[in-house]
Design a protein around this ligand. Structure first.
Ligand SMILES: C[S@@+](CC[C@H](N)C(=O)[O-])C[C@H]1O[C@@H](n2cnc3c(N)ncnc32)[C@H](O)[C@@H]1O
Length: 369
């Protein structure tokens, strides 16, 4: 059907969320101004570039420092939300699944809180650019009965897990030989699942993955997690930008099958960044809403893996954009209507921490160059 020349212009969900937060939250308004100033200040770019270089070329001391930092963040998360402390009660041994586990700081914190727990992890092999495992407790990558067992693989290539059987993938796909039909830990149920994946610059991957890798990584973790969590369990998920439509939609989605949601941003690390954690407790695995969420995440993964041409987001048609953005204007309005006040309440401390850090950043005080 040809586009209606008289139709009102499409408002993107992203803009609706931002306008809503600007109206409701003074600290978000301040954060937007600070970000704007930051973008105009090259000293800030240099600061972040230096940190990136340091992370990409980390020596042994820097790597241990990162492990300890992640352990501290895990303990702080637990102090604020009790998310890592598995409540006893059942007869079974507490079980933890740590997705994108290395270097293992969160696992170390979770084991400190639950010393007898069974721990299963997945992490990108260091040979492909993944982090090294630095967990001090003995762990195995060969003995599936060990207390701590880690499977090293690229979690975004588990095609059968994502509902796309390997034999159905055309041989012409650039990654055809790399997809896997493995479904790790499918028979096990976990009380706690951590999804802390972060796309790494050091990860050697094919060109076609550049545009939508963050979406592929997140959807892969979410599908794996929700198909293995025990009903009533807890999920901890790393996200970026609490004002992004994708983040808000994810909070809304989790609200449909969890008893309680919280957002956590550490007080002493990554303060200047937009990253934060979504903590969902009482996750009702297997309920209709959870099954529907898994279906949609699989569809997104398929779109990002097979359906997107070279043009990136700009090159997408209406239908494809709709899938990647998960609905349009009407959906965003309905979501804000339903969880807007909760979003404001949960996100305020996250924005406040980032705003305070940016306000006090040494490079913000220098004249723009
Ligand atoms: C922020 S670090 C996780 C830190 C870890 N949770 C901790 O507490 O020490 C991000 C992790 O994502 C992993 N990762 C990135 N891309 C991945 C992929 N495609 N498959 C599996 N793991 C991946 C990295 O190897 C790294 O271990």
């Amino acid at each position: 059907m040809p586009p209606d020349a008289n139709a009102a212009p499409r408002v993107r969900p992203k803009s609706l969320v931002q306008e809503y937060l600007l109206e409701q939250l003074p600290v978000y308004r301040e954060l937007r101004e600070l970000r704007e100033q930051g973008w105009q200040n090259k000293t800030g770019d240099i600061y972040f570039e230096n940190r990136r270089q340091r992370a990409d070329n980390a020596n042994a001391i820097v790597k241990i420092g990162f492990f300890k930092l992640m352990r501290r963040i895990g303990l702080e998360l637990d102090a604020m939300t009790a998310a890592l402390t598995i409540q006893g009660g059942g007869n079974s041994r507490p079980a933890i699944l740590d997705l994108c586990m290395a270097p293992g700081g969160f696992s170390s914190a979770a084991l400190y809180r639950n010393p007898s727990a069974l721990l299963r992890g997945i992490s990108l092999p260091p040979s492909l650019g993944g982090h090294e495992m630095l967990l001090k407790k003995p762990w195995s990558e060969t003995d599936p009965d060990a207390q701590i067992f880690v499977s090293f693989c690229d979690i975004t290539l588990l095609a059968d897990e994502m509902g796309t059987p390997v034999p159905s993938i055309p041989a012409s796909h650039p990654d055809a030989a790399s997809f896997s039909s493995d479904r790790p830990f499918l028979e096990q149920k976990f009380d706690l699942v951590v999804c802390d994946g972060q796309v790494l610059h050091t990860h050697e991957r094919l060109e076609y993955r550049e545009n939508f890798e963050a979406s592929r990584l997140l959807t892969s973790q979410l599908v794996l997690a929700l198909q293995r969590i025990r009903s009533g369990g807890t999920m901890v998920i790393l996200l970026h930008k609490a004002d992004a439509w994708a983040s808000v939609l994810l909070m809304y989605t989790f609200a449909t099958f969890s008893d309680h949601l919280r957002l956590f941003k550490p007080q002493n690390a990554h303060r200047m960044r937009s990253s934060f954690y979504l903590v969902a407790t009482g996750v009702r695995q297997g309920c209709e809403a959870a099954v529907e969420a898994v279906r949609q995440w699989k569809a997104k993964w398929r779109m990002a893996t097979f359906g997107v041409g070279d043009g990136g987001e700009e090159g997408l048609g209406e239908g494809e954009l709709e899938v990647l953005e998960s609905g349009g204007e009407e959906k965003a309005k309905a979501v804000l209507q339903e969880i807007g006040p909760a979003l404001v309440r949960m996100a305020e401390p996250v924005f406040a921490i980032q705003a305070e850090a940016l306000r006090n950043a040494s490079w913000m005080k220098s004249a723009p160059v």
